[in-house]
Design a protein around this ligand. Structure first.
Ligand SMILES: [Zn+2]
Ligand SMILES: [Zn+2]
Length: 293
């Protein structure tokens, strides 16, 4: 039964990602409107010279990568490329997990607001753990390194994630939902806020957000430290929405001003965007087979 359902799931996913699903303008509108809000806020906060818009117009190779990944999202082809590059394996296995395990513990919480808070917190803790794993396991870091290879923030940097990384992340992402049940994505208001927040922390605003940034929400300054090229900042501030997990697990680092971002010996942003996709895959496999690579 499970196998049959899994095959159905994989085929359905394929149909979906192969572009057979209807093209949703609401999704494009969502991506454009959230990014417009953050572009305007950033422009007011940091002025033109330091703005993401200026960096995008200058169109250096780091900004070009960011733009490419944002366009694949807008054009609804990110998943299709991810599916093809991983031969659909991640999608198929996630289907098996979803069909085999489904606890729906969240349904035991009957007060809607409480259920919402619990699911949100578990999902955010999962994102923290997911992010931590992609830094600590060598081949996975080789993929995630691509997100960190941005040499400046263009706001669009939020979308800069290797196709294979995003496919593999499905395994970890699916866990809280098979355990807790109800998908948090259904809460549209939170989706907008999460999106704006995710874009904001990849902007050129460097604010630490005071008390809120120190104890509650990941601030732009905190995420900038996460992207720092300076080795003394490595392995810090993994949080997605909440900084509390970094506080609890001892990975929090207080913000500093003027931090250079990127990775040492950066292999990316040299040729074209397609070359960078394959550099990521090559480094992933070298990470698996060669301990020192
Ligand atoms: Zn990271
Ligand atoms: Zn980031």
């Amino acid at each position: 039964m499970e196998l049959k359902e899994s095959i159905c799931y994989a085929l359905n996913r394929f149909a979906e990602v192969a572009g057979l699903q209807e093209f949703k303008w609401s999704h494009v509108w969502f991506l454009f409107s959230t990014i417009a809000v953050v572009f305007i806020v950033e422009l007011i906060a940091v002025k033109w010279q330091k703005s993401a818009l200026r960096k995008i117009i200058q169109f250096d190779k780091s900004a070009r990568n960011d733009l490419f990944y944002w366009l694949t999202e807008i054009g609804n082809i990110f998943n299709l490329i991810a599916f093809v590059l991983t031969f659909g394996i991640a999608y198929f296995l996630v289907g098996i997990i979803q069909n085999a395990v489904h606890f729906e513990l969240g349904l035991f919480i009957t007060i809607p607001i409480l259920q919402f808070i619990v699911i949100y917190l578990i999902s955010d803790l999962n994102a923290y753990f997911n992010h931590w794993v992609f830094h600590r396991i060598r081949p996975l870091w080789k993929l995630h390194e691509f997100h960190h290879s941005a040499t400046s923030f263009t706001i669009l940097t939020r979308y800069r994630g290797h196709f294979v990384e995003m496919s593999l992340k499905r395994f970890i992402d699916v866990l809280p939902f098979v355990i807790v049940g109800a998908p948090i994505q259904t809460y549209f208001g939170v989706k907008i806020l999460k999106e704006i927040h995710g874009l904001m922390v990849h902007s050129n605003i460097t604010s630490g957000w005071g008390f809120v940034g120190r104890y509650l929400i990941v601030s732009p300054a905190a995420h900038r430290i996460h992207h720092s090229i300076n080795p003394k900042h490595y392995g810090k501030n993994f949080g997605n929405t909440f900084i509390i997990w970094d506080r609890i697990f001892g990975t929090y680092l207080e913000s500093e001003t003027s931090i250079e971002i990127g990775v040492p010996n950066n292999p990316y942003n040299k040729k074209d965007v397609v070359t960078d996709v394959f550099i990521g895959i090559k480094r992933f496999f070298r990470g698996i087979f060669f301990a020192d690579k």
